[in-house]
Design a protein around this ligand. Structure first.
Ligand SMILES: [Zn+2]
Length: 86
């Protein structure tokens, strides 16, 4: 069966789920928009949280990478715990 694109008119019901249907002339997939939003949102939220955490650690004198307390470490010396440049 050759793959063919077709836009549906508004008589199609709104769908929230993934789906696949096959009729004699063609087959079609349902791809809900929330799946694309979720696929974008989850990595973005994780990266944002990681960045916020690193910024907060660096601001209060902790290593941005591992959270080690750098109050007793000389300035310009790499983190003794993970080796990250401070
Ligand atoms: Zn560290």
């Amino acid at each position: 069966m050759p793959l063919k694109w077709k836009w549906f008119n508004n008589s199609e019901p709104f769908r929230w789920t993934f789906g696949y249907s096959e009729v004699p002339e063609f087959a079609y997939f349902y791809l809900p928009l929330w799946a694309f939003v979720a696929a974008t949102l989850v990595p973005t939220a994780l990266a944002w949280r990681s960045d916020t955490l690193a910024t907060r650690r660096a601001h209060i004198g902790f290593c941005a990478k591992c959270g080690y307390n750098l109050s007793a470490t000389a300035a310009g010396v790499p983190c003794p715990e993970c080796g990250a440049k401070v």
